[in-house]
Write a protein of this length. Sequence first.
Length: 132
Amino acid sequence: AWQQAETLYWLEYAKENKKRGIGTVICGFMMPDEIVTVSKKLGIDVLGYFLDVDKANLTNRLLSRYTSQKAVDDLMKITGRTVQQFLADNIDITATLKNASTKNGFEILNTDNQSPKEVAQLLTNSIQTKSN
């Protein structure tokens, strides 16, 4: 339920930004089928991406987000999961999300061993190419 609410919130946010001529990048744990369904209901176009990463890099990236007690508490409040449960869930669902992304026409970007800055540049380059 939290993912559906987050998807709706962020796509509505993107729709409002578009009215003001502002693009929006939504990065997070979204379900490709929900993105497509909600964006169609809202009448907005989206460029979808799946940031593919191996298990070791995914583990390091996720664990680095939850180093403070506030972050851990927020995760529990939002998802009802501990950091370790959330990590296991994300590792388990990676293949499903990648397949759903492919099915929905999202671009798959390999981000193994890339810094956040390098991933951002890879994504920026792809968005700029598709927007021209």
